[in-house]
Ligand binder design. Structure first.
Ligand code: PGA
Length: 236
């Protein structure tokens, strides 16, 4: 795992540049996308690159990591809505090439990704409890896309997107599994803010173990961890 500590905007610009380069080399690249507060900056930087004519998404395919369940696509809290609003509606991507796991497709989601050629570049965030996608602590390392019961800490963390009302946060989701994520060819994990510092310290200190889902990434051959100074604040 390579670790880079940078100001937030530099993190977003560097990751967007990596995607611009990848798509220049491989116009039909497969991107694995994350939602949440952290990833918005990556999409803003990609929209800017698109407006500057540095990238076209014409032949790009995307697979998102997760989606709440149950939720309608039209619900502003759904991850489909988030992606449309933050990226897809602002660039030239064909929405038929954008995929989300759902109750209808989750048993075939990993196969869909494999048939498309596998994810070339995966964007990941990390939960304050060390989750990646919605793989909560205790998720088996050999998990594929599955239905998840959200951890209490995740529901609390995400209540900020639901007017702070915990009772409005869905309690379930569909998520790519830890094994699904390990199949991706290149991974960038972004952590910003002090509330991620403990999970990042654990990630640096611990051998892979299911109590800290992100620790599986230590066994992946091509991972870069991007930290802002706050998320890196507990590292010596
Ligand atoms: P956040 O979520 O970017 O909203 O903090 C990250 C995550 O839970 O993976």
């Amino acid at each position: 795992m390579e670790v880079k500590i940078l100001p937030i905007q530099e993190i977003y610009n560097e990751i967007a540049n990596k995607i611009v380069k990848l798509v220049a080399q491989k116009p039909n690249a497969i991107l694995g996308l994350a939602t949440g507060g952290t990833a918005v900056g990556v999409y803003d930087a990609l929209v800017k690159a698109y407006n500057d004519k540095k990238i076209t998404f014409k032949d790009v395919k995307t697979f998102n990591l997760d989606e709440y369940y149950p939720i309608e696509d039209s619900n502003p809290q759904s991850y489909r809505y988030y992606m449309n609003h933050n990226l897809f509606d602002k660039v030239d991507i064909d929405k038929n090439n954008t995929h989300f796991p759902s109750i209808d497709n989750y048993q075939k989601y990993d196969e869909l990704i494999a048939i498309a050629g596998g994810i070339d570049f995966q964007v990941l965030g990390i939960g304050s409890n060390g989750h990646i996608a919605f793989n909560e602590p205790g998720t088996p390392f050999d998990s594929l896309t599955h239905v998840v019961k959200l951890a209490e800490s995740t529901i609390q963390d995400n209540a900020r997107f639901f007017n702070g009302d915990i009772s409005l946060v869905p309690t379930q989701a569909i998520s790519m599994g830890l094994k699904s994520i390990m199949f991706t060819k290149q991974i960038v994990l972004i952590a910003t803010g002090k509330n991620k510092a403990k999970a990042i310290k654990q990630l640096m200190d611990q051998e892979p173990n299911p109590a800290l889902p992100a620790s599986i990434l230590r066994s992946h051959a091509n991972v870069t961890i991007y930290l802002d100074p706050d998320a890196a604040s507990l590292l010596c």
